[in-house]
Design a protein around this ligand. Structure first.
Ligand code: ARG
Length: 467
């Protein structure tokens, strides 16, 4: 039976009828639809609409639908179901007869879809945060293992200063921990229950909204029925947070691709995550990285699609909102697939420490530390900068590094140079001079690893508390 055939005299155009359905994609919400329907059924009983027997019958029927769908996925190949709400109603009536049709008393699909989607996004956020914790763990482990290994850091993609390999890896952890935090923030706001909002004006029966919300693990109820049935901010926030996450992954992928090229040779791609060329026998291509970078485009596109779908809608529910589901699901699926792969890649990659170390010691990466040497001996910073610049100029002419200049020549540039200058140019000294919280000095990185592990641990605890 259709959900709305009473006022119609003509049948629907069959192509239109088929085209307007959402069951092909909203079937994945079945679990949430069943949970929300059970909560609604209990409220109907409390409101005196269902008898105890009818309630039991409905609850058992709903449970049976969940079990049957899990055991026999073909059950979902239902050509008549308009959407997941219609599917459940049909199945329930088939299982328990006309009592099944009582379940829809006092509710609307508008509040149902709003509720199902909130439950879906909430569960996906928890999964995503779990995956982010695993990725951050893997990055932190690699930072820990890297110990004193150094590499060049770039600004403007020109060699700037040496840093610890671990310090560089922890930069990515910061991005991903911020993503996890943004997801938590989104979760906080979405965790209110629309049930009882009806089609637009509120339920037509005295339903206990607080107990329905409680039943479904929400922190409370939505405040306004017009907003509750038309609001997709939670989905918009979520896909935008995912866009930022995808953007971080894309930057990460881009840098790893660069560093894996022969020109850098800072890392050796694991064969398990690379592919060959059908034409060039020597090739080992960074396909995982390229696809991660490429998929970030579609995640960003999904966020745009969703925002544009909503931007012109008058209050309250409009069927356009059905169009927000597929981009939402696609962004979630894409990132839930990408994150464990990125973790696997991160664990498997081999760093070419020797090559990085070598690069960290050439190209005047110690020039700022050299200027700092003069500053510490009272030379005004701007003059120290200029003196070291002159020294660099000399080196470029001779094809050498700062440490290769003789002391007397340096002293003709500034009398502040002394024998210990050469000590301050060594890689270990250059790293150690960045001795501030958040800097690359080895002791600071060890502190950072410790702090990062604690933050990952509390992320895990939060995810666990929601499970
Ligand atoms: N399939 C619909 C959607 O996703 C469910 C809500 C339909 N409501 C309505 N009044 N036609 O938005």
């Amino acid at each position: 039976m259709k959900m709305w055939s009473g006022r119609f005299r003509q049948p629907l155009d069959p192509d239109f009828e088929h085209w307007q359905r959402s069951f092909s994609f909203d079937r994945r919400l079945l679990k949430y639809e069943l949970a929300a329907s059970s909560a609604h059924a209990r409220a109907l009983k409390a409101a005196g609409i269902l008898s105890s027997d009818e309630l039991i019958c409905i609850l058992q029927g709903l449970e049976q639908i969940g079990k049957s769908a899990a055991a026999t996925p073909a059950l979902l190949d239902d050509d008549e179901a308009e959407d997941v709400h219609h599917f459940v109603e049909k199945q329930l009536a088939a299982l328990i007869g006309d009592t099944g049709y009582k379940l829809h008393s006092g509710r609307s699909r508008n509040e149902q879809i709003a509720t199902d989607l909130r439950l879906y996004v909430r569960a996906t956020i928890d999964q995503m945060r779990q995956e982010l914790a695993v990725l951050c763990d893997a990055l932190t482990d690699r930072a820990d293992q890297a110990a004193d290994a150094a590499m060049p850091a770039y600004t403007h993609l020109q060699r700037a200063e040496p840093v610890l390999l671990g310090h560089w890896l922890l930069a990515y952890v910061e991005m991903f921990l911020r993503d996890a935090e943004r997801l938590a923030d989104c979760r906080k706001r979405l965790n209110v229950c629309p049930l009882g909002s009806g089609a637009v004006a509120g339920a037509t029966l005295p339903l206990d909204r607080a107990s329905m919300a409680d039943n479904l693990g929400f922190d409370g109820t939505t405040a306004n029925s017009i907003d509750a049935t038309s609001d997709r901010d939670f989905a918009l926030e979520f896909v935008n947070v995912l866009s930022l996450l995808a953007l971080h992954l894309s930057r990460w992928a881009e840098e790893m691709i660069l560093f894996s090229s022969q020109e850098y040779s800072f890392l050796v791609l694991s064969e398990a995550y690379s592919t060959g060329s059908s034409a060039m026998p020597q090739k080992k291509n960074p396909d995982l990285l390229e696809l991660v970078r490429g998929k970030s485009g579609r995640v960003l596109g999904n966020a745009t699609a969703l925002m544009v779908a909503v931007k012109g809608l008058p209050l309250a529910y409009n069927k356009d909102l059905q169009e927000t589901q597929e981009p939402l699901f696609d962004s979630s699926d894409t990132l839930l697939q990408v994150l464990p792969l990125v973790t696997g890649w991160m664990k498997a990659v081999e760093f070419n420490n020797e090559r990085m170390q070598q690069a960290a010691q050439s190209g005047f990466m110690n020039a700022w530390a050299a200027a700092t040497y003069l500053v510490k001996r009272g030379v005004p910073s701007r003059l120290a900068h200029e003196r070291i610049g002159k020294a660099v100029q000399l080196c470029i002419e001779r094809g050498c590094e700062l440490q290769d200049l003789p002391l007397d020549e340096l002293q003709s540039l500034s009398p502040a140079f002394e024998q210990d200058f050469f000590e301050s140019l060594k890689l270990a000294a250059v790293l150690a001079v960045h001795d501030v919280p958040g800097g690359t000095a080895p002791s600071r990185m060890r502190q950072a690893i410790h702090g990062t592990r604690k933050r990952i641990e509390s992320l895990r605890e939060e995810v666990h508390a929601h499970a």
